[in-house]
Design a protein around this ligand. Structure first.
Ligand code: MF3
Ligand code: CO
Length: 294
């Protein structure tokens, strides 16, 4: 078949582990993917399509991830250090029986990413980084529960922020909503990035090219890579069961980034202007998508 795996017999149990007969389960999806594959489309392999059990597991993980971000939202303000945010997320996550996914991930030293103002992503929490009125910060939280991964991030405005920064934060959230509107089962993943990019450009902003969203569920970062500078009608087919994040990084100024921080992680805008990011995790369904983490 399209993914090089053998096709089960019609009355055999479905490959997804649902316990249902193949003909009553993934047979129809496989037929459609096979036809698209034969027509030259890029199709997700079977292993990328999440089962109902996977989705339930991810939802339990996401409940902790959402709770951790809500916990931050209730407390963050002027005088908070990014190390405080790290402690809040770490302790909340562990108290709910889960593991902060960033901790020790490829050597990342903390439990959450905290990215202030011109930091695009992968800011490392520090005791000496004190939030002050006018700052904007992305808190990017990821959780492992029973082996299931959830990942979402939010922006927080500290006190009153200058209107240009508040606009950037709002428009970036709206860009994610535009991306969500473009999620259609059997559509192309490139439609999502095209919608995000068009919205950002219409507001005079630019979208970071080097980083994007990703498949997720049984691993932190799975295929596909989700770029937000794509053309509509390109990229893999969004088959039901495909789970991924929408997390554009949108710059007030130009798109180029600076990755020269000696800590090996923290990414900044090359022009030093502010940047914003919101991240949601979704799964494509037969008639749209389901929001899993935000
Ligand atoms: N949460 C980030 C993402 O959205 C990944 C951070 S990797 C880390 O994909 F190690 F820095 F945490
Ligand atoms: Co992510």
């Amino acid at each position: 078949m399209y993914d090089g795996q053998p096709e089960p017999g019609r009355n055999d149990p479905c490959w997804c582990g649902s316990g249902r007969k193949y003909k009553k389960c993934h047979h129809a999806i496989d037929e459609r993917l096979q036809a698209l594959y034969e027509a030259g489309e890029e199709v997700p392999v079977r292993g990328m399509l999440k089962t109902q059990a996977d989705i339930e597991g991810v939802k339990r993980s996401a409940a902790v991830n959402i709770g951790a971000l809500d916990y931050v939202a209730e407390r963050i303000g002027p005088g908070t250090t990014t190390a405080d945010i790290d402690r809040w997320v770490h302790d909340y996550t562990v108290e709910h029986g889960a593991i902060p996914a960033p901790l020790d991930y490829e050597g990342f030293p903390k439990s959450v990413c905290t990215s202030v103002d011109e930091v695009v992503c992968h800011g490392i929490p520090r005791e000496d980084e004190v939030l002050k009125e006018g700052d904007i910060i992305n808190v990017d939280c990821s959780t492992i529960l029973d082996g299931y991964y959830s990942d979402s991030s939010r922006m927080f405005c500290i006190g009153d922020v200058p209107p240009e920064k508040a606009d950037l934060v709002r428009v970036t959230k709206e860009a994610v909503e535009e991306g969500l509107k473009a999620v259609k089962p059997w559509g192309h993943l490139g439609d999502v990035g095209a919608a995000v990019n068009a919205y950002a450009q219409a507001h005079g902003y630019s979208v970071v090219r080097e980083f994007g969203g990703h498949g997720i569920g049984l691993e932190f970062h799975e295929d596909p890579f989700v770029s937000f500078v794509t053309e509509a009608g390109t990229g893999p087919i969004m088959a039901p069961g495909l789970m991924f994040t929408i997390e554009p990084m949108i710059n007030m100024g130009k798109a180029p980034i600076d990755m020269s921080d000696p800590n090996g992680w923290t990414v900044r805008t090359a022009d030093g202007l502010p940047t914003a990011q919101w991240e949601v995790q979704i799964v494509v369904t037969e008639d749209g998508y389901e929001l899993l983490s935000w």
